[in-house]
Ligand binder design. Structure first.
Ligand SMILES: Cc1cc2nc3c(=O)[nH]c(=O)nc-3n(C[C@H](O)[C@H](O)[C@H](O)COP(=O)(O)OP(=O)(O)OC[C@H]3O[C@@H](n4cnc5c(N)ncnc54)[C@H](O)[C@@H]3O)c2cc1C
Length: 380
């Protein structure tokens, strides 16, 4: 990692060192120089349940990469369980997750980058200007709003900067709605069962989407997800922690609490591949599971597709002597095509979501036959 001076040119600049950014940089680096800029210090911290679903596990398996033991928490293997709290229904399923420490996971991803990728931590993307031949990107020290703005140039800019993407704002893409999340890390006095519990209760009112409890070694994460616009997030989260402590016997004296946001995909038009020489991946592209709240596999898969599109794009092959129209580029065309199966996957989940999110479905989840539960959780 090194800090370069003004006016340097890169084939690709990636904004964000999360799973989308790292997966993108790995692929884009196959055809040129890559710079990742990251607002946070590295190793970065991202609020997360640390549940690697089967798609995330397959992503690494297909690349021949083994998930190292030292980023995994106890218990390693976790299954999804739906909890209808008001009915006291605990419905385990065969949906499997690997339980990782998210900070260690993100730090490990960085070790997978090749030599020709530079990373500038604590550097913020502040703006860009694109023309048919390339992009000028402005960045500055993330900790000093008065720091000098540095201009860099690149062939492609990839926004992998998460749910509040600033790169997305440079494109005509829609403004994304955001869930609010709170997570407490609570000490556990007895081992919890190896489940990723997703809890629903009517008692906490209409702002409360759902809660989750997951064991992480000698603590548990107790999380709450609130619909966009919710006003009583802290009070309701604390009520949820108190309520669930009765069953799980964890201490309500949290050792840490974190507040974050996650994308709420409202329509399929929220998904955007980008515009011109700007590509978007992960949550910045509006890609997030509307039904399961999972985002790591989508970030890995979209980031890697964006990077592959850049590495294989040959601007001159298709340009036929003319510049691309504003809003187009060879890599964007390739990426938009590669994104189509993921768009369809999210579209299918969006179709189910109004029913899955209804009170009726949550009651049904408490009594549905086991085979149906297993089928549904693998589809959403
Ligand atoms: C509470 C919570 C729990 C979750 N639990 C799970 C889970 O168990 N399993 C799962 O699969 N998913 C989970 N998710 C979702 C998952 O964490 C995200 O979907 C995933 O991290 C998205 O990856 P990304 O690379 O798109 O963005 P991010 O991981 O958000 O990375 C974006 C990066 O861009 C940087 N950045 C932002 N703006 C700028 C800027 N202007 N300049 C430079 N850098 C910038 C940020 O600092 C950040 O590091 C959870 C989300 C939340 C909020």
């Amino acid at each position: 990692m090194s800090r370069m001076t003004n006016s340097k040119h890169y084939s690709t600049i990636v904004v964000g060192a999360g799973p989308a950014g790292i997966a993108c940089a790995r692929e884009a680096a196959k055809s040129g120089t890559v710079l990742i800029i990251e607002r946070l210090p590295l190793p970065r911290h991202k609020s997360c349940g640390g549940m690697l679903n089967e798609y995330s596990q397959s992503f690494f398996a297909e690349e021949g990469i083994e998930i190292p033991a030292d980023i995994v928490c106890e218990p390693r293997d976790i299954h999804f369980r739906y909890v209808g709290w008001d009915q006291k229904a605990f419905r385990g399923t065969n949906l499997h997750f690997v339980n990782v420490d998210r900070d260690s996971f993100d730090n490990w991803l960085i070790t997978l980058l090749p030599e020709n990728v530079e990373i500038w931590p604590e550097t913020r993307f502040v703006g860009c200007k694109q023309n048919p031949e390339g992009i000028t990107v402005q960045v500055r020290n993330a900790n000093d709003p008065h720091a000098e703005v540095i201009s860099l140039t690149c062939g492609y800019l990839v926004g992998c900067d998460g749910p509040r993407s600033e790169v997305r704002r440079q494109t005509p893409a829609t403004k994304l709605a955001l869930y609010k999340t709170l997570q407490d890390f609570v000490p556990i006095t007895q081992p919890l069962e190896p489940y990723f519990d997703c809890l629903y209760t009517k008692k906490l009112g209409s702002e409360y989407g759902y809660g989750y409890v997951v064991p992480k070694g000698d603590v548990a994460i107790v999380g709450s997800v609130f619909y966009p616009g919710s006003k009583h997030v802290k009070e309701l989260h604390e009520q949820a922690v108190d309520l669930f402590a009765e069953h799980y016997k964890f201490s309500t004296d949290a050792v840490a609490r974190e507040a974050w946001v996650a994308v709420k995909v409202n329509t399929i038009d929220d998904i955007s591949a980008g515009s011109g020489r700007i590509l978007l991946a992960g949550e910045a592209a509006g890609i997030f599971s509307p039904s399961s709240g999972e985002g790591i596999s989508f970030a890995l898969n979209t980031g890697s597709r964006a990077g592959k599109a850049i590495a294989s794009a040959r601007e001159t092959d298709t340009r036929i002597g003319k510049p691309y129209a504003p809003g187009e580029s060879a890599a964007l065309h390739l990426y938009a095509d590669a994104l189509e199966p993921i768009r369809s996957n999210v579209a299918r989940r969006l179709l189910y979501f109004p029913f899955l999110d209804s009170h009726a479905a949550k009651i049904a989840g408490a009594i549905a036959p086991q085979a149906l539960m297993n089928y549904v959780v693998h589809r959403i």
